[in-house]
Every structure is written in structure tokens, then in C-alpha cells.
Write a protein of this length. Structure first.
Length: 317
């Protein structure tokens, strides 16, 4: 009986030893960690590309919706186009002035018929930077596309510090081609005489080759200003002179050295830039465009991206 008990106890101890979990050795742990690191290194680029592709699809959808709203407005107003910009003194860059709100008390004010009155910067006192009710939701296009998100590329992460010193995401990267609508109140080039030989379109029926004339583009987050994109036509299609090309404004490059565009026929596409001077590093948040340090002339000289943009902005008179 005692022998049986001892035998049974011995089996229990043996069973306990068999069932006891065995720990990993240091070498095994290092091997597992190395495998995980290799898999992560392989997956991260794939995930990054998938994220960029998703942002590109969203950006194109935003462009199409905003372009559709623009077309619907022009169809309901006898083909009259919205102004691409609020008014400006002759030859003055827009970022140095404050935003121009809707003048509700004066419904006939030409500035009320600009697609946007936001003069973007990084000043918390400029509510147009981050408060959609201040300007965006009062503009004519809002009645046709009531969505704040379509006015901004999803890859834009810029922000401004608000009055409570909180980071407030800025709400606009879209800029309208200045040759499609022009400046209020005349629908002209605003005093940039290099544009005189080219059309500033005021009627949708007057746009020549609509599939080639861009309507909106995503402007760089550090240089978005008056919500219009001024293409400097110096040395342009009439008499091509690569040595005199210059950027009037700087386009965005939110999609891996590429920029979202919509066109006046309603389609959208992503344009990949070829010249590295078109995609300099993003400057830190600054209040004034003139402080970014960009040399627009140097960045444009012999830059094929400038010429492509000239070709897709307007046509000669």
C-alpha cells in the first residue's frame, strides 16, 4: 500500500515536470524580435503607399465635388463665372492684406461674388484660417457643396494657434486659377501686365478647351494666400523663353511630389512634378508669405513644371 502511494506520487511529480512550460532562451527571443523587425520594415512602405493612395483618391473626389459646385453655379447664372479672387490694388500680392468677408449689408458688392474671401496666413486673428462660418459657409459655392472637407487636401496637416492657444487645423488649400474669373470687380488680371496677351475668362462658354484649363489646384500649405493661383505667363506659350519663367505662386506637392488639379470640364487628376525646385521643403508656420524665403524667379527659370502650368492656365487672345 505504501509502495503504491510512493509510485503514485512519483508519477504525479513526473507529470508535473512534463506539463511545466519551458521558457524561451535569449537567442530564441532575439530571433523573434529580428523577424518582427524585418516584417515591419517590409510592411511600413506598403502601408505608407496605401495611405498616400487613399489620400490621393479623397483629394480627387474633393476636386470633383468643388468643380461640380462651380459648374452648377455658372449654369444657374447664365454662364457667369465667380471671381477667382476678391479685389486687389494693382500689382499687390494678396497675403499682405486681411481676409475679405461677405458684405451681407451690401449684396451687390462685387467681392461677394468671389469664390472665396479667405486670405490665408498663420495669424490667429484671421478667422478665415480656421473658422468656416466666418467666410466659407457664406460664399456662393456653399449652397452647392456644403462640406468643409472638400476645400482642403487630406494630406495637408497645417494648423494655426487659435485664441485659446490650441492647434486649429486650417481649412483651405484649394486655390482657383486666376484666369478663370479674374479679380473682382472687373474680372481682369489685377494689374499683372505679363498676363495681358492672354484670356481671363468671364463666361463658362468662353473657355477654350475646357479639359485643358485647370480650375482648382492644391496650393502649398506654407504659401496659400488669397485663394487664387496666379500663373506668371512671362516667357509663356506665345514666345517661350525658359530663361524668364517664374512662379507667380507655388503649387502643392501633397502626393509624393505631385499636386491635385481639377479642370473646367469637371475632371480631376494628379500632376507629378519633374523639377525639384517645384517642391522645396515646407517652411515653418509664418504670418507673411514674403517671409518664406522662396526665390520665385530662381525656382522658375528653365523649369518645365512652370511651362506645363502656363499651358493649362489660359490661352492667347
Amino acid at each position: 500500500m505504501k509502495f503504491a502511494k510512493r509510485l503514485s506520487g512519483s508519477r504525479e511529480k513526473q507529470g508535473a515536470r512534463v506539463l511545466a512550460p519551458r521558457g524561451f532562451t535569449l537567442i530564441e527571443l532575439l530571433v523573434v524580435i529580428a523577424i518582427i523587425a524585418i516584417l515591419a520594415a517590409m510592411l511600413l512602405p506598403v502601408l505608407s503607399k496605401a495611405k498616400q493612395k487613399g489620400q490621393g483618391i479623397t483629394c480627387m473626389n474633393n476636386h470633383r465635388q468643388l468643380a461640380l459646385a462651380w459648374r452648377m453655379y455658372s449654369e444657374e447664372t447664365g454662364e457667369t463665372l465667380l471671381y477667382a479672387s476678391t479685389s486687389a490694388p494693382s500689382g499687390q500680392r494678396g497675403s499682405l492684406q486681411t481676409s475679405v468677408p461677405m458684405d451681407v449689408a451690401n449684396p451687390g458688392d462685387p467681392n461677394n461674388f468671389a469664390w472665396s474671401g479667405a486670405h490665408m496666413n498663420f495669424d490667429k486673428a484671421n478667422l478665415a484660417n480656421y473658422e468656416p462660418t466666418w467666410d466659407m459657409e457664406k460664399r456662393p459655392l456653399w449652397n452647392y457643396a456644403k462640406s468643409v472637407t472638400i476645400y482642403k487636401c487630406p494630406a495637408d496637416r497645417s494648423y494655426v494657434m487659435d485664441y485659446n492657444n490650441n492647434e486649429a487645423p486650417r481649412i483651405l488649400t484649394m486655390s482657383m486659377n486666376l484666369y478663370v474669373g479674374g479679380f473682382a470687380p472687373l474680372g481682369d488680371d489685377g494689374g499683372w501686365h505679363q498676363a495681358d496677351p492672354y484670356w481671363v475668362f468671364r463666361k463658362s462658354s468662353g473657355i477654350i478647351n475646357p479639359s485643358s484649363v485647370f480650375l482648382f489646384l492644391d496650393m502649398r500649405e506654407d504659401v496659400v494666400n488669397w485663394s487664387n493661383f496666379m500663373v506668371d505667363m512671362t516667357g509663356g506659350p506665345i514666345a517661350p523663353n525658359p530663361g524668364s519663367w517664374t512662379w507667380g505662386d507655388m503649387p502643392g506637392d501633397y502626393h509624393n511630389r505631385a499636386c491635385g488639379f481639377s479642370f473646367t470640364d469637371g475632371h480631376s487628376e494628379i500632376k507629378r512634378w519633374l523639377d525639384g525646385r517645384t517642391t522645396p521643403s515646407i517652411a515653418p508656420p509664418l504670418t507673411l508669405l514674403s517671409s518664406t524665403g522662396f526665390d520665385f524667379g530662381a525656382a522658375g527659370k528653365n523649369n518645365q513644371d512652370v511651362y506645363w502650368t502656363q499651358l493649362h492656365s489660359t490661352v492667347a487672345r
